[in-house]
Design a protein around this ligand. Structure first.
Ligand SMILES: Cc1cc2nc3c(=O)[nH]c(=O)nc-3n(C[C@H](O)[C@H](O)[C@H](O)COP(=O)(O)O)c2cc1C
Length: 173
């Protein structure tokens, strides 16, 4: 199988998992997926990120409460991707690249998780100030995404709903 086909298989297997089994995810496995995030490119190679792993106790309950949906409680661990706006590159026109850098790193993480049979889900619709308080972040830091991670409850892959290729390519001759 070509590397492209292998990549496309993983990209297809990664989906937004909102139903997790009780199986714990060992910390050395969590380290593996964060190591994949570490390899992500970032503007000017600033790497303006930290990944906060929460897998137990009151803090886990508090992070779940920042999102407030039942399904997230069952995930055995959360990885909160935190961007540091002071470290990130800003273009001359002021554009802050923190979100872009974090997005790339988080998707590395999610794809790496899929290779290990782990489910993940991007969660951005959460109370970010509350999450920042819970994690004790500095003023320049922002909690950008909560990624619940765990072994999926089911091996069924949901159908991918995507625009057709022809609708998104513009061949600009
Ligand atoms: C930046 C971003 C933010 C998202 N935020 C949420 C969220 O807050 N809650 C949620 O359930 N899914 C969230 N999602 C998941 C999307 O709904 C999902 O990726 C999309 O519907 C495509 O489905 P798939 O991931 O299963 O392929 C988010 C995805 C991205 C990329």
């Amino acid at each position: 199988m070509s590397a492209y086909n292998e990549f496309m298989t993983i990209a297809t297997q990664r989906y937004s998992c909102r139903s997790y089994s009780d199986r714990k995810v060992e910390r050395d496995v969590l380290s593996l997926v964060i190591d994949a995030a570490r390899l992500a490119p970032s503007a000017c190679n600033r790497q303006p990120w930290t990944f906060h792993v929460v897998d137990n106790g009151d803090l886990k309950q508090e992070i779940a409460a920042c999102y407030g949906r039942e399904w997230i409680i069952k995930a055995p661990a959360y990885i909160i991707a935190v961007g540091n706006h002071s470290e990130a590159w800003h273009r001359d026109d002021g554009k802050d690249h923190t979100d872009i850098d974090i997005a790339i790193a988080v998707e590395h993480l999610c794809l790496a998780a899929a290779t290990l049979g782990l489910g993940t889900c991007w969660v951005c619709n959460f109370d970010a100030p509350r999450c920042a308080r819970a994690l004790g972040l500095s003023d320049s830091e922002e909690a950008i995404a909560i990624i619940p991670i765990g072994y999926p409850q089911t091996s069924n892959l949901p159908e991918k709903k995507r625009k057709p290729l022809d609708d998104i390519i513009r061949w600009r001759d």
